[in-house]
Design a protein around this ligand. Structure first.
Ligand SMILES: [Zn+2]
Length: 308
């Protein structure tokens, strides 16, 4: 497998990777996708107490009706009665976002199959995580989640949070289009869930509480690199099943390289400060993703060697 060339012209890279579509359309969709898109439209709701809004959102989640509409029903107001109806909830039913939702559901289902099989083989049970799609921001057990931080996993509610806008960001800003690059993002977050299931996350938390800030960053980095490797393990299994097409894996590697801490830092500050890295450099991320991809074995993902 060829390493992506980081000095490539981004447009040439985009052209090379953009047509590498995974053959996912016929795949099983997961039942564990929670769609909260449009639950907190645009400029937020400015009517009723907090409880009213929470209630509206809960009902909206249960019924799939826009929370703005429910707020209007609850408060007896029309859109002129003070409810700030900035936009109707949710994207159009057959828009490109729903293709993305289906894609994410198929990838999630595939990670469910892969990790359930791996866990069962070692006598464990894999608890299926939930993937929450949201727009802009959403409440989580780990605090308020914002799209600005990118996709994340909350170990307290065992949910992966994803704003689909990140996918556009991925191709626009980082020149990493392609289905596998997107799938890799999901698989990486699922990697954090695997760490939670295996107790790795708890061990790291305990160590982090005792260590210095620098040590804590080091631990975070190892955690991130292991999640990359676990994403690779999933990719390997996908490859075996013929889900991946030539070029998919390379696109994933490019995504890993594109969102390495050094690259993100250089883009935002123009400087690289290794001591503040929490995700690992592009080279490290590619290296660990490759280990997972090549081996298909979570045992090859021991980024904590010598620590525990
Ligand atoms: Zn991560």
């Amino acid at each position: 497998m060829l390493l992506p060339n980081f000095r490539d012209n981004p447009i040439a890279v985009a052209e090379r990777y953009i047509n590498h579509a995974m053959r996912w359309e016929d795949g099983r969709e997961s039942d564990h996708v929670e769609d909260r898109r449009g639950a907190f439209p645009g400029g937020r709701l400015a009517v009723g107490g907090c409880g009213t809004i929470v209630l509206a959102v809960v009902i909206s989640l249960l019924t799939g009706t826009s929370p703005v509409r429910i707020l209007q029903l609850l408060t007896g107001s029309s859109s002129t009665g003070g409810a700030v109806a900035t936009s109707p909830g949710g994207p159009p039913a057959h828009g490109p976002e729903d293709r993305e939702k289906k894609f994410v559901s198929v990838v999630l289902a595939d990670t469910e199959d892969t990790w359930s099989k791996i866990f069962t083989a070692s006598g464990r049970r894999y608890e299926l995580p939930t993937l929450v799609l949201f727009t802009d921001e959403t409440p989580t057990e780990c605090g308020y989640g914002s799209a600005a931080v990118g996709p994340f996993y909350c170990p307290l509610d065992r949910k992966v949070y994803l704003d689909l806008g990140f996918f556009d960001e991925l191709s626009r800003r980082f020149g990493a289009p392609g289905d596998f690059a997107r799938a890799y993002v999901v698989a990486h977050e699922i990697g954090h869930h695997v760490q939670q299931q295996l107790g790795v996350a708890d061990k790291v938390d305990a160590l982090r509480r005792r260590g210095s800030r620098e040590q804590s960053n080091q631990l975070s980095m190892r955690l991130e690199l292991q999640a990359d490797c676990y994403a690779g393990v999933w990719g390997n299994q996908g490859a075996r099943k013929g889900l991946l097409e030539p070029g998919d894996a390379e696109a994933g590697l490019r995504a890993a390289a594109a969102i390495g801490d050094d690259r993100l830092q250089r883009m935002s500050t123009g400087r690289v400060q290794p001591e503040s890295w929490t995700h690992g450099s592009s080279r490290q991320r590619v290296e660990w993703l490759r280990r997972g991809l090549d081996s298909g074995d979570p045992g090859a993902c021991d980024t904590f060697q010598g620590i525990f």
